[in-house]
Design a protein around this ligand. Sequence first.
Ligand SMILES: Nc1nc2c(ncn2[C@@H]2O[C@H](COP(=O)(O)OP(=O)(O)OP(=O)(O)O)[C@@H](O)[C@H]2O)c(=O)[nH]1
Length: 478
Amino acid sequence: MVLAQLGGSLAGALARLSRATVVDDKAVAECLNEISRALLQADVRFETVRDVSSRIKAAANLSALAPGADKRRAVRNAVAGELCRMLDPGEPSFSPRKGQQHPSSVVMFVGLQGSGKTTTCAKYADHYRRKGFRPALVCADTFRAGAFDQLKQNASKAKIPFYGSYTESDPVKIAVEGVDTFRKEKCDLIVVDTSGRHKQEAALFEEMRQVSEATRPDLVVFVMDGSIGQAAFDQAQAFKQSVPVGAVIVTKMDGHARGGGALSAVAATKSPVIFIGTGEHIPDFEVFEVKSFVSRLLGMGDLPGLVDKIKDAMPADELKLIEGAFTLGVMRELFQGMQNMGPFGQILSMIPGFSAQLIEKGKEKEGQAKIKRYMTIMDSMTEKELDNTNPKLMNESRVKRVARGSGRPVQEVAGMLEEHKRIAKIWSKLPLRDRRLNTNHRDPLKPLANVIPPSMLNQLGGLSGLQNMVKQLGPQRR
Ligand SMILES: Nc1nc2c(ncn2[C@@H]2O[C@H](COP(=O)(O)OP(=O)(O)OP(=O)(O)O)[C@@H](O)[C@H]2O)c(=O)[nH]1
């Protein structure tokens, strides 16, 4: 993602300032110019860049610093602080609530056609399913033929109940019926997908307004294609004027998106980015956490984020999962965890058996692509096949059916089954405690320390460094 380039440019500007022999107003002005250029190149709106730049200047006011204060640090903190401010409007968005003691949370998705809205609804619902919620999906997109089938397909893949109609053309009616149905079924989270249009037009906004008024959502999420650049500000503002947008999800951050548009959307809607989409598949979805993101962007490290990501990627019923037989379904869950952790998936790739053939050193990209293909294959398997412990079940005709269903060659399906057997064999020999990567463990960090590459563990300050880090997180620990 090109946003990483923005990070590189910003970190570069700060590093140059760090190396400067004297940090005076001139050096700071040069650094600020460089930062402004980088933001503009990343498609952030000129007005936003101008405001950010003058606030950094004020915050890093050298003449106001106490004698002997670390000027480089002051500038760096001012830049980090401003970027956080830019991405974090201060108001956290509504978080769905789990459990029958709360009313069902209703979250409505809006966005232009092709922004990735329908795919994102499924990703969002699946994210909460993995956290132990009972989510459901409602397709109130009656504009695009095929939207219901697409949602249905994604919902079935993620095993999430869905509601929609091939014949009903009134989106408000479908939305209300769907929400009522799932409220009665006591689902914790009801996600409503609405219609998109190719461009912002009155009919779209009127329909959105009506669906919103009829379903009274707890949260309206604006889904935006990360590659739209400068247009993001106006688009986000137009949506915000019609419905009470409370959060933003930026999709297609795996492509050539410059990402600056996301910053503009936050400015336009005064709502935080809560997730980013990083691919076409359901697991290609990352929680967006501003502080971690900014510190990573500026090369300041992201230690708390690392631990959170590891915790976040763990399925809710992980203990049972890892203690039981190593079925294809378990392997799929672990692959999903690796995908959710993005670059940190490399850590999970250190799980015994995973590293050697699957993700070779220096060939991480190919390894990730292979895992994605394997997941596509497993998406075409039945539940029985995924949960099966009898190696003979996957006979020739099943292999052929899965190959057809997933559009992958038969040899690749056979190769994946071989790979699964290989890892299952290693797992069966491991003592139980080494198979856990879990907070229920006596010391959850010990096994984690075992799977983190030694060089990274050193950087974190060894096991005690890791323990300190988690202690700092304290109450966040599950
Ligand atoms: N590369 C990539 N593709 C994505 C991402 N999210 C969605 N897509 C793809 O973008 C295309 C459009 O996504 P949809 O979910 O159909 O878009 P939509 O906004 O719901 O469109 P309408 O229902 O017509 O309003 C599909 O091909 C998706 O697979 C992402 O994060 N990365």
